[in-house]
Ligand binder design. Structure first.
Ligand code: C2E
Ligand code: MG
Ligand code: MG
Ligand code: MG
Length: 285
């Protein structure tokens, strides 16, 4: 009896696996086409100074809507591109588009761009990034690169060289999603980062969960001591922002301040928000 059931399960599983494989092959093919036809877009989300809500930069976030598959999250297609070996092509296109958009922003605003873990294992990454920025004409000094702890861990020596090369060219490095995954405080000692982004898993519960509040408080204190800038991710409520401000967190990002929007809408956002806060700042200065 158990044998028969076992066999039945095997059939079901293999059919599921076959379907899954078919789906991921479809996804892969669709993504390849999207990259080739330049259909993967990039959106921008403001990063602000919590004190006065003024914009300091934007994070570029990949966006892809397939005609058949609909919206596909970058949390799905970025890892797929990594796994199938075309993250370089994808990332180069995205950086080019993001950098081109950033050329229209006020010069003091930075562009923050996510690097994937595969890119931190590839010695060609830094030269490629620099070549793209130079072709577009965007000063590397206006660019920050966001990397995750997992990425740094998997290939520490290569990652360290790449980070060093990029910083020497004037770029800044942010440690993204801090506090989740393979967190190790040693990473902050062994590598040179400029900024830490506190994962929204802590930020979203900061007003309701004492433990999250204490963790965020400790991260901010540690970053102050290490001369690292801090950004809180995933601020959705005014109360989150107020709490973070009270805790001394200088920068924030989240739906409360602005959702990721395309390049044109980013210019509208700047027209409405940026000059206002800029003038305000000058008046009170
Ligand atoms: P991430 O770099 O940590 O980006 C932040 C994510 O949080 C984004 O999700 C953003 O839309 C979302 N987010 C921002 N504010 C809020 C908020 O207030 N509430 C909530 N619930 N979410 C918020 P998204 O755009 O889906 O991107 C997911 C991840 O995909 C990114 O996480 C990043 O790891 C990766 N990714 C996105 N674009 C790129 C890219 O161009 N290159 C690479 N390598 N990875 C990318
Ligand atoms: Mg990021
Ligand atoms: Mg993040
Ligand atoms: Mg994340």
């Amino acid at each position: 009896r158990s044998k028969r059931r076992g066999r039945g399960q095997v059939t079901v599983y293999s059919r599921e696996i076959a379907q899954e494989m078919k789906r991921s092959t479809q996804l892969e093919q669709a993504l390849r086409n999207a990259i080739m036809s330049d259909a993967v877009d990039v959106h921008f989300q403001p990063i602000v100074r919590i004190r006065d809500g003024s914009t300091v930069g934007f994070e570029a976030l990949a966006r892809w809507i397939d005609p058949d598959l609909g919206f596909v999250s970058p949390a799905v297609f970025v890892p797929l591109a990594e796994e199938r070996g075309f993250i370089d092509a994808l990332s180069e296109t995205l950086l080019r588009k993001a950098a081109e958009a950033a050329l229209s922003w006020p010069r003091e605003l930075f562009l923050s761009f996510n690097l994937s873990s595969a890119q931190l294992m590839d010695p060609g990454t830094a030269p490629t990034i620099l070549a793209t920025l130079s072709r577009v004409g965007l000063d590397p000094g206006r660019v920050e690169l966001e990397i995750t702890e997992t990425a740094v861990m998997t290939s520490a020596d290569t990652a360290e060289r790449i980070i060093c090369e990029l910083r020497n060219a004037g770029m800044r490095i942010s440690l993204d999603d801090f506090g989740t995954g393979q967190s190790s405080l040693g990473r902050l000692r062994d590598f040179t980062f400029d900024k830490v982004k506190i994962d929204r898993a802590f930020v979203s519960r900061i007003t309701t969960d004492r433990a999250s509040e204490h963790i965020v408080k400790a991260i901010i204190a540690m970053c102050d001591g290490l001369d690292l800038q801090v950004v809180a991710e995933g601020i959705e409520e005014k109360a989150d922002a107020e709490k973070l401000r009270a805790l001394g967190c200088s920068m924030g990002q989240g739906y409360f301040y602005g959702r990721p929007v395309d390049a044109a809408a980013t210019l509208d956002y700047l027209a409405h928000h940026y000059r206002e806060s800029f003038n305000l700042k000058r008046e009170t200065a």
